[in-house]
Design a protein around this ligand. Structure first.
Ligand code: AMP
Ligand code: MG
Length: 320
């Protein structure tokens, strides 16, 4: 695949590519984002694949307006206030998902919260408005590389791995958005960025900095920023044990009664798109069906399969 370089006059083409589930990098005031239709799980899975991310982190969903963003989350008074003051702009708000939120579970890495932002860059806004829905976008670089602030940086890292980059010029802010978690009792600064913490505090009062107390003590996969199922997870299962539900990949193991199929055709992109849906669904059935655990059929350690296995391995870590 050749990566197309699109200009401001081709925004409709960029929006069409997004609608088709393809990846389009675009500039915002912070850094270039690697965008995909946030409601399309397979498109979101392709973001992780293109970045070569070894694990699933929750992604920020970008919206054309605060009104659109606040349809997908449950805003509180603080969120309304900060949105009025700093949006459009480099501030990301983490809020509880709205009950009928159509954003793919993979975009939020399975969490009950969603990170939303209305970027200030005029072309980014036009792209979001032309597309007409949320665009999930982490920084448009390969995992472990630095964030791109020019279209050339994006191409250096991702040429041939994404459909297009929309040339939005150099990013004026050049650092990532500030991430503020408003889903708990105390507003918590998860990442410093383009909007200064003091300016936020001046609006809404004191902030807590960093992860909530105790988060660092939890097992991997149980951090507040990571979803993990309540049922124990067993990887690379060849035989089912009594009481286990099956997370299937391909033809299900014999004897399975409760099955969630990740991908019947053994496609890792489809499996990634379904992963959190499957874990949530089996967890929800645990009490009713008396399930004792989740057995997972072997998933190849290739491409995004690595990230799937990483998340499942974390989910299977002993819970202390
Ligand atoms: P990036 O997409 O690379 O700019 O990074 C997004 C940042 O937002 C990361 O630090 C994520 O951990 C954070 N983030 C996104 N969604 C959530 C969420 N639902 N809860 C907590 N943090 C989030
Ligand atoms: Mg990044």
């Amino acid at each position: 695949m050749r990566t197309r370089r699109l200009t401001a006059s081709q925004i409709d083409e960029a929006a069409l590519l997004l609608r088709e589930g393809q990846l389009v990098a675009f500039g915002t005031e912070t850094v270039y984002g690697l965008g995909a239709d946030a409601c399309n799980g397979e498109a979101v899975a392709r973001i992780y694949q293109a970045k070569g991310r070894p694990s699933f982190n929750p992604l920020i969903c970008h919206y054309a307006s605060a009104m659109a963003a606040f349809c997908h989350v449950r805003p509180n008074a603080l969120a309304e206030r900060l949105a009025a003051k700093f949006w459009p702009g480099p501030l990301t708000l983490v809020l509880p998902r709205a009950p009928a939120c159509p954003v793919s579970k993979l975009a939020a890495a399975g969490l009950p919260t969603l990170a939303v932002r209305v970027p200030g860059h005029a072309l980014a806004h036009d792209l979001l408005a032309a597309f007409g829905g949320p665009v999930a976008a982490p920084s448009a670089n390969r995992s472990g590389h630095i964030s791109p602030t020019r279209p050339e940086h994006v191409l250096e890292d991702l040429d041939g791995r994404i459909s297009a980059v929309l040339d939005c010029g150099p990013c004026p802010v050049g650092v990532e958005s500030t991430v503020l978690d408003l889903s708990g009792e105390t507003p918590t600064l998860l990442r410093p960025g383009g909007v200064a913490a003091e300016d936020i505090a001046a609006e809404i009062g004191p902030l807590r900095h960093g992860a909530p107390p105790g988060a660092a003590l939890a097992s991997p996969g149980l951090l507040a920023s990571h979803y993990a199922p309540a049922l124990p997870v067993r990887l690379n299962a060849e035989v089912l044990q009594p009481g286990e539900a099956l997370l299937a990949f391909g033809a299900p193991l014999p004897g399975a009664r409760t099955i969630f199929q990740l991908s019947a055709r053994r496609d890792v992109i489809e499996a990634a798109a379904n992963l959190f849906e499957g874990l949530h669904e089996l967890d929800a059935k645990a009490a009713v069906l008396g399930l004792t655990g989740i057995a997972v059929q072997p998933i190849p350690e290739l491409g995004i399969g690595l990230a799937i296995n990483d998340r499942l391995t974390r989910a299977s870590a002993p819970k202390t």
